[in-house]
Structure formats: structure tokens, C-alpha cells
Ligand binder design. Structure first.
Ligand code: COA
Length: 332
């Protein structure tokens, strides 16, 4: 089907992390916890945290720039920039700011919010624009600064999260479509398991009209419920996508899950009978960086030479919403 065939190729990756690092030992000075508790329950050893002077836009743009360079194109060739984030610098979104920082003058940019599933939802969104022939070059960035929204006195959540950004370039190809399958899902009935809701303060404007002003509350989570949800839904959705892609589990070269917790990654791999050496994990160094976690792990594995051309990668994101999804693709 050469000529007008519109397949998706993932041709570049990038990552960016804040320079500040907080070790587990440091956390034990802030809340009643220990390195041993955090390591054994989550696999996390440290996390990178953005300084007050650092912005989400700047972090995301750094990751985007790296991905564009690896793809061998220039920012002015980008048609679309999708920023997957739950923590924009601006309530109206940060995509356009990143477009400007990158000098991607031709690109349209928007934010996409699907919490820790944001990268997978973004990959699926990017591929729709490519497959319909609307756009040639799409930059997808997953970036989050959850440290802004963590309650640093709540030991059950503050030990889990970190900040970062990761990016990929998706391009139209006339060769084989490298996005082999996907599925994305939502279940709002479980929304209360993990959220950071708007916290209104009523303000009376006139005797008949009142509105609310306010901010967002810190992240709250039912850890056990989220754990149960992830370990049940992630293997299920990956199996479904493998079936759609007509692939067997043995044909998966790498499993890159949302980097929430090593125990979740191990349990999912175990259910799928994927051997531990195929799991790509950097949760020990970053913690849970939400929408950034999958592209950060992907980028590191590509740059370390682990992931090679043609390798089949099964990826799955899951998190607040609740949302979850999986995508299987081949590296360029
Ligand atoms: N340090 C020390 N003790 C802690 C602690 C911490 N940071 N956080 C919680 N505890 C305590 C609890 O208070 C509880 O004490 P208690 O038995 O006296 O009440 C005990 O440890 C066990 O808590 P529990 O919640 O049962 O631990 P757990 O084994 O379920 O592990 C998580 C907790 C959060 C690590 C686990 O539930 C998990 O990984 N959930 C998924 C979370 C996630 O990935 N969320 C993001 C998805 S995008």
C-alpha cells in the first residue's frame, strides 16, 4: 500500500529532569517514613523535584527539543504539539507557551489531561491526526510537576511522586504502520480513588448571584484501591491490544509501564508471563512522574542502546480518572 498510506512512525525521543534530587533518607526528615519502607513498598530511591524558579513549560520544551533533534527534523517542521500534563503553568494550558519556546512556528499546540495515562492517550491522539493525513509531524510531550500539588505532610502520598518531562516525535510514514494496536479506557465511578479536586471558596457578588473562587486541593489517594485497579486492568488491556495487533506475549521485546511502583510493574509482568529482563524501569531514580514517566523511561532505554530498531514495545499508562490504556508500537 505504498504511496498514500498513512502509517505512524515514532522517530525521536527526549527527556528532561529537574536538577534537584530528594533521597528517601531526606524524606524521613520531613515525614514519619524510612528508606526501607519506601524501597520495599515502591522500589523508589530518589526523585527529581522542580525548584520554585523552574517551570513546566521549560522542562517540557527541553524534552521536546531533544526528541525533535533525534528525529532529524527542525522545530519549524512540527505540525502539532500535544502536551500531556495535569500540572500546567497556566490553567488555560501550557502547550502554546512550549510551541513558542521551541520556535515551532507552524505548529498548533494544545494540552491533554489524562493524569498518568496522559502519554498513552496522547500517543493515540497524535496517531489519529497522522492516520487521517491531516498532519505529518507531531511532537508529544508528557510532563508533570506533581510536587506542586503534593501534601508534603502526608506520608502516604508524598513519598511516591517526582517531576520530569519526556517526549516523542511521531511522523507520517508511507512504510509499515509502527503503531500496532491501542486501547484507552475511563471509569469515572472510581474517580475518588485518586484526585486533586477544586476547592471552592464561595464569593457573593450580589444578593442573588454568587460564584466560587479557590484553588486545588493536594493529591489524595486510596493506595490499596489504586494498586488493585492497576494490577487487574493493566494486564487485561495489554492482552486485548496484543490480540488486536495479532501478536503473542513472546513477541514483546520490552514492557514499559507507567512508572508508579516497581511492585505493580512486577505483578503485571508476572500475570502476562513477561520475564523480568524485559521490564524497563527507572522508578528507583524518578518516582512517579505521571505523564512523563513512560517517555522518560523509553528515552533512557533508547539512548542506552537497549531498545533497538524494530523492537516491539508494549506500554501501558494508568492513573487518576480513573484512566488506563495500552499501546504497542515498534521503535523506528
Ligand atoms: N512510610 C511509612 N509507613 C507508611 C507510609 C510511609 N511513607 N505510608 C503509609 N504507611 C503506613 C500506613 O500508615 C499503614 O500503617 P498502619 O498499618 O499502621 O495503618 C502501613 O504503612 C501500610 O499501609 P498500606 O497503605 O497498607 O501500605 P501498602 O502496602 O498498600 O503500600 C502503597 C502503600 C501506596 C505503596 C501501595 O498501596 C501502592 O503502591 N498503591 C498504588 C499507588 C500508586 O501507584 N498510585 C499512583 C497511580 S498513578
Amino acid at each position: 500500500m505504498k504511496g498514500n498510506y498513512r502509517g505512524v512512525a515514532i522517530t525521536g525521543s527526549g527527556g528532561a529532569k529537574p536538577s534537584q534530587v530528594l533521597q528517601n533518607q531526606d524524606l524521613s526528615q520531613i515525614v514519619d517514613t524510612s528508606d526501607e519502607w519506601i524501597r520495599t513498598r515502591t522500589g523508589i530511591r530518589q526523585r527529581h523535584l522542580a525548584k520554585p524558579s523552574e517551570s513546566l513549560s521549560e522542562l517540557a520544551a527541553r524534552a521536546g527539543k531533544e526528541a525533535i533533534a533525534m528525529a532529524g527534523i527542525t522545530p519549524d517542521q512540527m505540525d502539532l504539539i500535544i502536551l500531556a500534563t495535569s500540572t500546567p503553568d497556566d490553567l488555560f494550558g501550557s502547550g502554546s507557551k512550549i510551541q513558542n519556546l521551541l520556535g515551532a512556528n507552524k505548529a498548533v499546540a494544545f494540552d491533554l489531561t489524562a493524569a498518568c495515562s496522559g502519554f498513552v492517550f496522547g500517543l493515540v491522539t497524535a496517531s489519529q491526526f497522522i492516520r487521517t493525513g491531516v498532519y505529518q509531524n507531531v511532537l508529544l510531550i508528557g510532563a508533570d510537576i506533581l510536587s506542586r500539588w503534593v501534601d508534603w505532610s502526608d506520608r502516604s502520598t508524598c513519598v511516591l511522586f517526582g517531576d520530569g518531562a519526556g517526549a516523542v516525535v511521531c511522523q507520517r510514514t508511507e512504510e509499515k504502520d509502527n503503531l500496532l494496536g491501542f486501547e484507552i479506557c475511563s471509569d469515572g465511578s472510581q474517580n475518588a480513588c485518586l484526585n486533586a479536586p477544586y476547592c471552592p471558596t464561595p464569593a457573593t457578588l450580589t444578593s442573588e448571584v454568587s460564584v466560587s473562587k479557590g484553588t486545588y486541593e493536594a493529591i489524595t489517594m486510596n493506595g490499596r484501591e489504586v494498586y488493585r485497579f492497576a494490577v487487574a486492568k493493566v494486564p487485561e488491556v495489554i492482552e486485548k491490544v496484543l490480540f488486536r495487533a495479532q501478536l503473542s506475549v513472546e513477541q514483546v521485546d520490552w514492557l514499559i509501564l507507567h512508572q508508579a511502583n516497581q511492585r505493580i510493574m512486577d505483578a503485571v509482568a508476572n500475570r502476562l508471563t513477561i520475564p523480568p529482563e524485559k521490564i524497563i524501569s527507572n522508578v528507583a531514580s524518578y518516582g512517579n512522574t505521571s505523564a512523563a514517566s513512560i517517555p522518560l523511561a523509553l528515552n533512557e532505554a533508547i539512548r542506552q542502546g537497549k531498545i533497538k530498531s524494530g523492537d516491539v514495545i508494549a506500554t501501558s499508562g494508568f492513573g487518576a480518572g480513573l484512566t488506563w490504556g495500552a499501546a504497542i508500537f515498534q521503535w523506528r
